[in-house]
Design a protein around this ligand. Structure first.
Ligand SMILES: [Mg+2]
Length: 284
């Protein structure tokens, strides 16, 4: 009996220590965004995330097969795709920043990180470039600096993506403050020589300029949703979007263009924007 009580005591103390440790880890985060934890786990662990990505790339394959069968244009057929969280999964770099209670350093990750491939992406681009002879244009807002271009090409090559032609990488020229985040000028350049059949991205600005900032300000969440609805027929046809719950303009739009919002302000604005059904004061 005494032994049993001793064992129970050890279990209770261990549980308390574990709980305290968990609480301590939570409290200690001062710089990392606590809310990124669940989003990161969704990307890394949810079967549903994987299924959404495979679904997107299965659909992309179906679309290029269908269009290639009837295409009669003079220009070569092209696919324009974003990289981060569309073809490359960078969640391990984000998770490192979270664990270290710091903010994500994109340049460090671009140069020395080890992204994974988004499920379905590598096989799709290999099929599209190899079997179907589409030109693949990687239009990314990673900085267009030679070391970053080289490092990204190597990361993608190591993962098995087709990256034979570096001229097919359209990264963002610096300074970003001047050129902004819009990818439309790069899409326009590509359209001079190629017929863009399909666009893929995890952020609406990867797809079309209708989702770009206006006067350097993000569109509101409501406006973004409205513009998605206005183009309802294009989703799954010319336009394919991948899931990204970790970051993106969808998140930035929540903060009403507040300059450099603190974590506290972000939390407040997030809560304010929830759609809530008030049981005590229902509105019909
Ligand atoms: Mg992206």
């Amino acid at each position: 009996m005494k032994k049993l009580l001793t064992v129970a005591g050890v279990v209770i103390v261990a549980s308390l220590l574990l709980a305290l440790r968990s609480a301590k880890l939570t409290i200690e985060k001062k710089n990392a965004d606590q809310e990124s934890l669940l989003a990161l786990l969704y990307q890394q662990k949810a079967g549903e995330y994987r299924a959404l990505c495979l679904q997107a790339y299965n659909l992309a394959r179906y679309r290029i097969d269908s269009i290639a069968a009837i295409y009669k244009g003079a220009k070569p057929m092209a696919i324009v795709t974003d990289l981060d969280e569309t073809a490359l999964d960078n969640s391990a770099g984000d998770a490192y920043a979270y664990q270290q209670d710091t903010t994500y350093n994109p340049n460090q990750w671009d140069l020395t990180g080890h992204p994974d491939a988004v499920p379905g992406a590598k096989d799709f681009f290999k099929y599209a470039a190899g079997t179907k002879k589409f030109n693949i244009y990687y239009v990314s807002n990673r900085p267009a600096l030679p070391p970053i271009l080289d490092a990204t090409s190597k990361q993608m090559g190591d993962l098995g993506f087709p990256v034979s032609a570096t001229e097919h990488c359209f990264f963002r020229f610096l300074p970003a403050a001047q050129v902004g985040s819009s990818k439309q000028p790069r899409r326009d350049d590509i359209s001079k020589t190629d017929s863009i059949i399909l666009l893929l991205g995890d952020n609406l600005i990867d797809i079309d300029s209708t989702f770009d900032k206006i006067n350097k300000k993000y569109l509101s969440s409501t406006e973004r949703q409205q513009r998605v609805t206005n183009n309802a027929a294009k989703w799954g046809r010319q336009w394919i979007i991948l899931p990204n719950a970790c970051y993106g303009d969808w998140e930035a739009a929540l903060y009403n263009n507040a300059p450099n919002p603190t974590l506290g302000l972000k939390d407040t604005l997030r809560e304010q924007q929830l759609k809530v059904y008030d049981y005590l004061h229902p509105v019909h």
